[in-house]
Design a protein around this ligand. Structure first.
Ligand SMILES: [Zn+2]
Length: 359
């Protein structure tokens, strides 16, 4: 496990947010701020809204911000986690690349609690695939650290940092795929914060899209269904997941996906928690529990096109396996040695451990 992100950001700015953003909110827009006490959370959200929507405000805070550098959409990771660079560092270190933080960076977040300046991300990439490895080596040698696949980064970084990387990756990927207008085919341009893109010809505006995905733990008494896709690390099993389709409610998606993937009928579907997930592009994982329908078969019949295996696992066996803690080939996985589940950063882990250890 890498060290916490906060250690990589100078502590001198401990009260940065309170000073800068509150002064800012008093001067801009929040006219009733002085007479009405808003919570720090509301302050933070309104400040982030201003950063996203106001070009000049965003430009001001870019010059005070910290930047995560991506190369070919891979975050640069060092011994202490994500390498956060100041604006001055970025200008100096990236002078040999054709990137400009004012023009090319995207706003990602303001930490909570608000202990540091806003965080931005910037991507350096090459259209020449043959040069991608050399580019990654060059960026790594100049900035330190190494470009790491986002999937691996999410498994090894602390949860709060993983969330920032996940958001930044999704936004950077969306910008790289939305270079042209889907209405007229002309080029689009990014606003300063990366909150939207606008067509240079027909002025159509595009906002980052989100794909809702249902992820479901099917239970029947003291056992639950765990499944694995061929792409999973060895011995890793998870809950069942599938995209919501047009016209469906969340419950309809759960019913359909469970039927399609493992041939079971469920009801008593309940929502548990949600999480942004950057694959395959920008997903909103909606975590649910569902119970095997009374009187229906409990015989699993898997869709071989989607799954490699699916099985009923007893709660007592899961408790034993999760307590084992054997090392896996993929850092961060939980369990072992015969079965692993996704790391604590993943909502699948929350669903499985919540059910496993509930009293
Ligand atoms: Zn257009």
């Amino acid at each position: 496990m890498v060290k916490m992100l906060s250690r990589t950001v100078p502590q001198r700015i401990g009260s940065w947010f309170c000073k800068s953003s509150r002064q800012f909110l008093q001067l801009h827009g929040s006219t009733n701020y002085a007479t009405r006490s808003m919570s720090e959370r509301v302050d933070r959200l309104r400040f982030m809204q201003k950063l996203k929507e106001d070009e000049s405000v965003c430009q001001k805070f870019i010059s005070e911000g910290y930047f995560a550098v991506f190369c070919n959409l891979k975050p640069l990771i060092g011994e202490a986690g994500v390498l956060w660079k100041s604006y001055a560092d970025i200008i100096k270190l990236l002078s040999s690349f054709s990137v400009d933080p004012m023009r090319d960076s995207i706003f990602v977040t303001v930490d909570e609690p608000e202990e540091s300046p806003p965080k931005f991300a910037i991507n350096i990439s090459s259209d020449d695939k043959a040069q991608s490895k050399q580019l990654e080596a060059k960026v790594g040698s100049i900035l330190g650290g190494r470009p790491c696949s986002v999937r691996k980064a999410l498994f090894i970084l602390p949860q709060d940092t993983a969330s920032v990387v996940s958001t930044a990756y999704s936004l950077l990927q969306w910008h790289s795929k939305t270079q042209y207008c889907s209405c007229c085919g002309q080029t689009t341009t990014k606003d300063t914060s990366g909150f939207k893109r606008t067509c240079t010809s027909c002025s159509e505006t595009f906002y980052p899209s989100i794909q809702p995905i249902a992820i479901t733990l099917v239970t029947n008494g003291d056992q639950c269904v765990l499944a694995r896709q061929p792409m999973f690390p060895p011995k890793m099993y998870s809950a069942l997941a599938g995209f919501c389709e047009t016209g469906e409610s969340l419950a309809m998606t759960v019913e359909r996906e469970v039927a399609e993937e493992v041939g079971l009928e469920v009801d008593q579907i309940c929502y548990h928690d949600s999480q942004h997930w950057p694959f395959p592009s920008s997903g909103l994982m909606l975590g649910c529990f569902a119970k095997l329908k009374d009187g229906s078969t409990d015989v699993i019949n898997i869709d071989k096109a989607e799954l490699e295996d699916a099985r009923w696992v007893k709660r007592e066996d899961l408790r034993r396996m999760l307590a084992d803690g054997s090392a896996s080939s993929m850092p961060g996985l939980v369990g072992g040695p015969d079965l692993y589940i996704p790391p604590p950063q993943a909502i699948a882990n929350k669903l499985i451990t919540s059910w496993t250890f509930e009293e």
